[in-house]
Design a protein around this ligand. Structure first.
Ligand code: SF4
Length: 340
């Protein structure tokens, strides 16, 4: 099973220093992260199981790999409907074109990708119907949403239904688009801006030369305009995640305004965490092409639930029915893969 964090404890046991290592892992993980523990001693297993039971973590798997025992546990208990009720989060892909061509984009966006626009009219209808269906948060993403001329109206329609987060690369806040941004309601909008590293190297490697500096400018502008900004990093390794965490600490970014996730092996990504439908707790995601299981694969057939968006109550019901059907397996493996 793929994990978010791997810990090789070698000969350590609970009697000889394993516990501080586990505590350090918990401190740098988020609920739902999967942690792999590799050891030389098979006797670690029963103690790890007991530790998981007492600390509220969930032991998922015990295997032998390359002759060494390996266990995987999930940080925190198995996700339940109570922790994030299905349908409380609604994702809208407003478009698929983008000013960037990141080498790990999970939906293959680029300047030459067809727009495949959801459109203002459909967004307005979704927003109207969503209020009856328990939607508590809306996430607007793409592609780059700020490429759309009517993104201001789209966001205003969303905010009328629920607090709205818009995912953006933060590079287009000038001229007409800056005016659009200024007109948005600060109390109902969060800007989630992608920044992959503390310095330009890694960010620019994946996203293109000069993008880090322009994104930093966008972040400053958004903050100066009074918007709450959440910084979201997509990383390849634990070391990159840790480095970014330190940067966020130095910048005094609040915990709720941080997202650090691994590259998902979807879209154009050549490597990353393989995520299947069974691995994911559904977060209803609507694109011009239909309703999907999760935003991380919003154009992949294995995550398509239905082509019919309306009535929204029926497409929500279709996701619920599919989840109930697959739940037994999902409860064993499914985890929250945080895109926001
Ligand atoms: S990852 Fe985001 S910014 Fe990069 S190409 Fe995809 S949509 Fe655009």
């Amino acid at each position: 099973m793929r994990t978010d964090i791997d810990l090789d404890v070698k000969q350590k046991t609970f009697a000889t220093g394993l516990l501080p290592d586990l505590i350090a892992v918990l401190q740098r993980s988020r609920p739902g992260d999967l942690v792999g523990v590799i050891a030389d001693e098979e006797g670690v297993g029963p103690e790890l199981q007991t530790w998981c039971r007492f600390t509220g973590n969930t032991l998922l798997e015990a295997t032998i790999e390359n002759g060494r025992p390996r266990w995987v546990f999930r940080c925190g208990p198995a996700p339940t409907e109570e922790s994030r009720p299905l349908g409380s989060r609604l994702w809208l892909y407003t478009n698929f074109d983008c000013n960037l061509r990141c080498d790990y984009c999970c939906v293959r966006s680029s300047p030459t990708a067809p727009r495949r626009e959801l459109g203002l009219e459909r967004v307005q209808r979704i927003a109207r119907e969503a209020t009856q269906l328990g939607v508590k948060e809306i996430f607007v993403t793409g592609g780059e949403p700020f490429l759309l001329e009517d993104i201001g109206e789209i966001l205003v329609a969303c905010t009328a239904a629920a607090p709205t987060t818009v995912l953006t690369n933060g590079m287009l806040f000038s001229g007409r688009r800056a005016e659009t941004l200024r007109a948005l309601p600060r109390d109902r909008i969060v800007l989630q801006i992608s920044l992959d590293s503390a310095t330009p190297d890694t960010h620019d490697l994946h996203r293109g030369r000069g993008t880090w500096a322009r994104t930093r400018e966008g972040i400053q502008l958004a903050r100066a305009e009074g918007f709450r900004v959440r910084l979201a990093a997509t990383v390849s390794t634990d070391d990159e995640a840790e480095e970014f965490r330190q940067f966020l600490d130095e910048e005094k970014v609040a915990e709720e305004d941080r997202v650090i996730r691994r590259i998902a092996l979807r879209g154009v990504a050549g490597e990353g965490v393989a995520v299947t439908r069974a691995d994911l707790v559904p977060e209803i995601t609507i694109t011009a092409e239909g309703v999907y299981w999760h935003p991380v694969g919003a154009e992949d057939n294995d995550l398509l639930v239905t082509r019919d968006i309306f009535p929204l109550s029926e497409s929500f019901a279709a996701v619920r029915t599919a989840f109930d059907r697959e739940r037994e397996h999902a409860n064993k493996l499914a985890r929250i893969f945080n895109c926001a």
